[in-house]
Ligand binder design. Structure first.
Ligand code: GLU
Length: 322
């Protein structure tokens, strides 16, 4: 079996960089332009806090949709699973992340799940705090604690761009408010949503978020249980079924562990009980997922035998624990 090392990851970057030409960079997001087309970076962290990385590890980018996992986690901590899923469903949607039509069809006019925009906006309305700033600070603090990176912050330019281009998200929020299916204050929910999309970080931070999830919400270095492990089970199931836009099924089959992506090209992955993985490759496909990043995840999964549905792998873990 392949041994994880910086050299191994460097080989993957070299092998999959050519695929970055097959995607498109979302140049409307401040900080990303055509010059980023060939950027490709990866970081993998294990439970002993060893971190291996290669490629574009020093480029920072906005979290975009990957922020939806952190807001869901805080809402679960604040209200519990039952209450959260009264406002938002837990089913995969199989349509574009910002679709409106699904809110009107079906028996219940709730968003399909917390990973689509409507669902994430509804989740933002659940997070406790007196003001939007206070609620945002709780999310930012959680990210700083998970990553140990005090420098993570919102990028004001990205935030402005989210607001300027946010009409589709406004439509979703005001529609949910008018239908009464989700009780929310649209302005506040949207403001928080725009802010969390704008949080800027690097690929190492993504690996640390992935590891935190893979480790059931326990901070390894502090040996501290930060959030209930039950919520991490929920989070991982939602990531697996809906984390990769309407390509989540493909990722479940081809990669086989929970992942969440954003349109700036970042993906974080949790390999339960083993690794956190971050990839960054801003050239994305038509579904919104990093083309090079997807290749790397697929390859790491195969090389290190990380597909959680592989019974042989479960058997190996059991044997080594005996
Ligand atoms: N910020 C954009 C939006 O809310 C894109 C989010 C994403 O899918 O990464 O529509």
């Amino acid at each position: 079996m392949v041994r994880l090392s910086n050299d191994y990851l460097k080989e993957l970057i070299t092998e999959y960089k050519p695929y970055t030409t097959k995607g498109e960079v979302m140049t409307g997001i401040p900080g990303l332009d055509e010059l980023n087309q060939n950027d490709l970076g990866v970081a993998v962290m294990d439970l002993n806090h060893n971190i291996y990385s290669a490629g574009a590890t020093d480029v920072s980018f906005s979290l975009q949709s990957a922020s939806k996992v952190i807001s869901l986690l805080i809402a679960l901590e604040d209200l519990g699973k039952e209450k959260v899923f009264q406002s938002v469903g837990m089913e995969p949607m199989g349509d574009f992340f910002n679709t409106i039509s699904h809110l009107e069809s079906g028996d219940v006019h709730r968003p399909f799940n917390p990973m689509v925009n409507a669902g994430a906006i509804a989740i933002c309305s659940l997070i406790k705090g007196d003001t939007v700033e206070e609620r945002f600070d709780r999310i930012l603090m959680m990210l700083k604690t998970i990553t140990g990176n005090e420098n993570i912050d919102m990028d004001p330019d990205v935030y402005e761009a989210e607001k300027v281009k946010g009409d589709r998200n406004r439509a979703l929020a005001y529609y949910m408010s008018s239908s009464g299916a989700v009780a929310l204050n649209p302005q506040d929910a949207l403001d928080l949503y725009f802010r969390i999309n704008s949080i800027r970080l690097q690929v190492h931070d993504l690996a640390k978020i992935g590891l935190f999830i893979a480790n059931g919400g326990r901070l390894i270095e502090q040996n501290k249980q930060l959030v209930s492990p039950d919520h991490l089970n929920t989070i991982q199931a939602i990531m697996m079924t809906s984390g990769m836009y309407n390509e989540s099924g493909t990722f479940a089959v081809e990669v086989g562990f929970p992942c969440k992506s954003g349109i700036s090209g970042g993906i974080f992955s949790a390999v339960p009980g083993r690794y956190g993985i971050g990839v960054f490759g801003p050239a994305i496909n038509q579904k919104g997922n990093s083309v090079g990043g997807a290749k790397i995840l697929q390859r790491i999964s195969a090389d290190l035998n990380l597909n959680i549905f592989n019974q042989t792998h479960t058997h190996d873990i059991k044997k080594s624990a005996e």
